[in-house]
Design a protein around this ligand. Structure first.
Ligand code: DGL
Length: 267
């Protein structure tokens, strides 16, 4: 049985979930974490839903059986959109937090009531997102931009491709800024995108609000934990189904200088 000392599992298709892990470290600094990047099978955003379901279920099972996690954070909008209902059905006892594009806070924030949403195709095409979007359609106009290839380029740290795609997709949103009629709020609806926030900031301009889900998800995780550790020695183990070097470089850059990554074969 998991205890308050058991780790929290954090799962993403790749390195993007590190943006959520960073927020978790800040909100719950005394917990233990196991981060699982399924980089060998990423990106998820342009794959068939069944692929995302199979990978998400395999990752969750691994974290539960091998690491005895006390809670799972699905730090991936795409996996949440496509598979979280199946995870809830399979593991009804497991405290579970997912991520979805923060379009509700964005609608509340936008003065012009025009909100851009950058996300994967899989997220934007999902039934879960369709319902979320339909429920808020009266509050703001949402300009939805699927960003094919962008998470993959971030995953590979392919700076040239990141530059091309981020310029293309932010331009496709249309005029951004605080002037009337412009998009004044942009949702980063994929956990990979906060990792290129400075570039997006340059492209969108200084006045556009960029909204992501890391901090609210960390607060939600605190709420669902049966008991919050306050004194334990924090630790994070990192696993990847892809290249060790890629996750190690990203984790060292974003989180901890001496992060060590282990390889994992999830089948
Ligand atoms: N980081 C993921 C998300 O939040 C997905 C990126 C991908 O694998 O396409 O949607």
């Amino acid at each position: 049985m998991p205890t308050p000392e058991s780790p929290i599992g954090v799962f993403d298709s790749g390195i993007g979930g590190l943006s959520v892990l960073q927020a978790l470290h800040a909100e719950l600094p005394h917990q233990r974490y196991v981060y699982l990047a399924d980089s060998g099978h990423a990106p998820y955003g342009e794959r068939e839903p069944q692929h995302v379901i199979d990978r998400t279920m395999a990752a969750a099972e691994h974290l539960i059986v091998r690491h005895g996690i006390q809670a799972l954070v699905v730090a991936c909008n795409t996996a949440t959109a496509i598979a979280i209902h199946l995870l809830r059905a399979e593991y009804p006892q497991l405290p579970l937090v997912g991520l979805e594009p923060a379009i509700k806070p964005a609608a509340q924030h936008s003065r012009n009531r025009r909100v851009g949403v950058l996300a994967t195709r899989g997220t934007l095409q999902s039934e879960k997102f369709r319902v979320l979007h339909a429920g808020l359609a009266q509050q703001a106009e949402f300009i939805l931009q699927p960003c094919d290839g962008l998470a993959g380029a971030i995953e590979r740290q392919d700076e040239e491709r990141i530059a091309t795609l981020s310029a293309q997709y932010t331009a496709a949103l249309g005029p951004c800024g605080v002037a009337p009629g412009c998009i004044d709020t942009v949702v980063l609806g994929c956990t990979h995108y906060p990792l290129i926030a400075p570039r997006l900031r340059t492209l969108l301009g200084p006045d556009v609000a960029m909204i992501e889900s890391g901090a609210p998800v960390a607060r939600q995780t605190r709420r669902i934990l049966p008991q919050v550790g306050t004194e334990g020695t924090p630790s994070t183990r990192y696993f990847t189904t892809g290249q060790i070097g890629a996750l190690q470089a990203a984790a060292r850059r974003w989180l901890e200088a001496d992060a060590r990554v282990e390889n994992l074969d999830l089948g």
